[in-house]
Design a protein around this ligand. Sequence first.
Ligand code: ZN
Length: 179
Amino acid sequence: MSQNTQFTPKLEAETPGVLQVDSLRHILVHPDLLGEIQKGVEDRLGAKAGEFLYSAGAYWASAIARRLKAASVIDEQELLLLFCSHATEMGWGRWQLEGFSADDKRLMIRVQHSPAAAAYGESDLPVCHLLAGAVSGLAELLLNMPCACNESSCAAQGGPDCLFVAQGQELAGGDGWEW
Ligand SMILES: [Zn+2]
């Protein structure tokens, strides 16, 4: 799938110590910091650590996607391509849209060079909980229903990249889901 939509972040630093990208404050950190935080939380919370990172990722992605959506009139496919371009430009690995189907309620995104996997090192289990949460947040925004995202393979397990599959789950009674 081609990704024609380009996102070019505009870096500004008018105030010393305040880095802005497209008028929003950002910080630049080495991925090792992410790895240290993740391992520190795992040491204390065990498997629950992944849930915290996952929900942080969902918050992060849906906030960005809402901003991108508000900035221009675009359809779901364009929004996903724009988000993938944004995440790639911001250094979160190379995000590629593998597929989105509203009918099947499924979103698949592949990420090469995930900073989470690179920072974590080798693992028997997938480690990119932050990114998995981000893909779930994107799917929930587009499908307007709860979407669980599974990282079906992770570079930390020795694979070439990380594959995220989010699947929407209809709420009982078919009620809409308001953000
Ligand atoms: Zn991964």
